[in-house]
Design a protein around this ligand. Structure first.
Ligand code: FAD
Length: 538
């Protein structure tokens, strides 16, 4: 069956899942195991979510392949072989397709079908879901697997529609190879996607001009072909290692140094940073226990990385512009790169610092800043996402008593555990705001949410319960707890997308739960074991 072939959508189901990324696919698999009728509605014409959409050059995972993969099936994790330490997008997409085939998921997925609205019918205790094609389906439960980074965003730059050259957004890259050879390319943005794409585009294009508003910290990945011994080390006792990873703060198994950065000598401190810099990847932030808690400790790590940038980038003004000084390291998503800073030593690459010379307008042929007019053959927007809430709020949700999600979240997202929103019965969110989600290895968080939701639905089946809802009190307590934990860290001090700061007018609220993946899992398990405290059933 072709991916985009339409098949009739049943009028009535137990569960509608929205999204066929890793979250939606695993949810479907678990629901089948419970004997529930379920279908996935997916806007794309294939599975994979993030890895379906983000096909830009250099797109790569920054969690190691051995950890960024499903753990729920022992044969799957033993048999699949990753070719690199950090997998690139095409390989992760192949993996997603392999999972879809292996578990025969496609027959219950409706591709090219976008959910436009969902309304809760209180009398029937069911959701009525309407798609962009006007299809209507009724389901007892609605599970949102719509992704935290799936609502790509274009910036609000004057003249953006006037440009007549090629334009691309990293978050919805074409499915064909884009040829930059001989072209003058502008890249707007210097977040994670840009940091991955710029070195690859620069190797091909005639010229690359990078427009930077805020520099980000990036750590070299030291990516390499998969080491057979390392793969074997993981696979020998994969189950045990995955279990350890689940209890880590980030859902990633790596060595966390229990010491404070301030209780060792400067020499020891720098040796630890150097060791982690040489090893590569986000484990750099595990160098000391207080890097996200104490500004003085954080400054030592930030200055170490700034000095690495200064030592790498030959032009001192460019190096200084690339060295972040306006936020503690790690409080904006830390990036992982392959030769990012080195790329600025190429003669065909130039950085425009928008703090000094802001963009005034995009013209028909290029970009005009306060200092100059530049012509481009192509503009790449690496301008990120309306994170965590964007995809959810694109859907018009109407809950109990006409409550609208957009109104409930006017001042920022509120949820119980990031799993349910009070006033929206039988609506569940996978990695929703209020859960660790984007602060973690997301496959670990996805599996935990899906397992928990499957446990809840199985329990309701067994007890003959039809409706579940988070109570207002439980939600308020959870939101308050989330704020308290966040305020103990340095995170809220950064103008990050975790805080909604990249979207004009978006409320400034720290959206994910920073208490840690392991701690969060224990809380969720405790709540389930206590008969689902904080949830009301009918
Ligand atoms: P997604 O993969 O985002 O899938 C959501 C799906 O829902 C999409 O296919 C979308 O089309 C669909 N959808 C949304 N709204 C609707 C609607 N209304 N109707 C129908 N369909 C809809 N995480 C990590 O842990 N490590 C990493 O290194 C990492 N790197 C990343 C790099 C990039 C460039 C990006 C964008 C994200 C990265 N992530 C990473 C996060 C990544 O999103 C998750 O790891 C994971 O893929 C999320 O899976 P998901 O199923 O929850 O959501």
């Amino acid at each position: 069956m072709s991916e985009s072939e339409t098949k009739p959508l049943p009028a009535s189901l137990d569960v509608i899942i929205v999204g066929a990324g890793f979250g939606g696919m695993y949810m479907l698999h678990r629901l089948r195991g419970l004997g529930l009728s379920a279908r996935i509605l997916e806007g794309a014409d294939g599975v994979g979510g993030t890895w379906y959409w983000n096909r830009y050059p250099g797109a790569r995972c920054d969690v190691e392949s051995m950890q960024y993969s499903f753990s729920f099936d022992e044969a799957l994790q033993q048999e699949w072989q990753w070719s690199e330490r950090f997998a690139a997008q095409p390989e992760i997409l192949r993996y997603a397709n392999h999972v879809a085939d292996r578990f025969d998921l496609r027959r219950d997925i409706h591709f090219e079908t976008r959910v436009a609205s969902a309304r809760f019918d209180e009398a029937a205790s069911r959701w009525t879901i309407t798609t962009d094609k006007g299809q209507v389906v009724s389901a007892r439960f609605c599970v949102m697997a719509t992704g935290c980074l799936s609502a790509a965003r274009l910036p609000d730059i004057p003249g953006i529609r006037d440009y007549t050259g090629e334009t691309y957004h990293t978050g919805f890259w074409p499915h064909r190879r884009v040829d930059f050879a001989g072209k003058r390319v502008a890249v707007i943005g210097t977040g994670s996607s840009a940091i991955q794409a710029i070195p690859v585009i620069a190797a091909e294009a005639a010229q690359v001009t990078v427009f930077q508003r805020t520099p980000n910290f990036s750590i070299p990945s030291r990516n390499a072909p998969m080491d057979a011994e390392y793969e074997g080390w993981w696979k020998r006792d994969y189950r045990e290692k995955r279990q350890q990873a689940r209890m880590m703060r980030t859902g990633i198994l790596y060595a966390l140094n229990p010491l404070s950065a301030l209780e060792v000598s400067e020499e020891e401190r720098n040796a630890e940073y150097e060791r982690r810099w040489t090893n590569g990847g986000t484990a750099f932030m595990g160098a000391f226990s207080d890097l996200i808690l104490n500004k003085t400790a954080n400054d030592t790590a930030a200055e170490f990385v700034r000095n690495k940038i200064r030592a790498t980038v030959k032009d001192p003004a460019t190096a200084e512009a690339l060295a972040p000084k306006d936020h503690p390291i790690g409080t904006k998503r830390i990036c992982v790169d392959t030769h990012y800073y080195e790329t600025y030593n190429r003669p065909n690459v130039r950085l425009v610092n928008l703090r000094q010379t802001p963009i005034e307008t995009i013209t028909a042929t290029g970009i005009r800043t306060s200092a100059e007019s530049l012509e481009f053959d192509a503009i790449v927007f690496a301008t990120g996402f309306d994170a965590m809430t964007g995809a959810l709020l694109k859907i018009d949700f109407e809950g109990r008593g006409g409550r609208r999600l957009s109104a409930e979240w006017e001042h920022g997202p509120r949820s119980y555990l990031g799993l349910m929103v009070a006033g929206f019965p039988n609506l569940l969110t996978i990695t929703g705001p209020g859960s660790p989600s984007v602060l973690s290895n997301m496959i670990v968080s996805i599996e935990q949410h899906v397992d928990w939701i499957a446990g809840l639905l199985g329990d309701m089946q067994a007890r003959g319960r039809t409706c579940v809802e988070a109570t207002d009190t439980a939600q308020e307590d959870w939101v308050r707890h989330g704020e308290e934990v966040a305020n103990r860290t340095l995170y809220p001090s950064a103008a990050s997308w975790y805080m909604g700061a990249n979207i004009p007018g978006k409320p400034r609220v720290f959206m994910p739960y920073i208490g840690g993946v392991g701690v969060y899992r224990e809380k969720c398990d405790e709540i389930a074991a206590g008969g689902y405290t904080g949830f009301a059933f009918t």
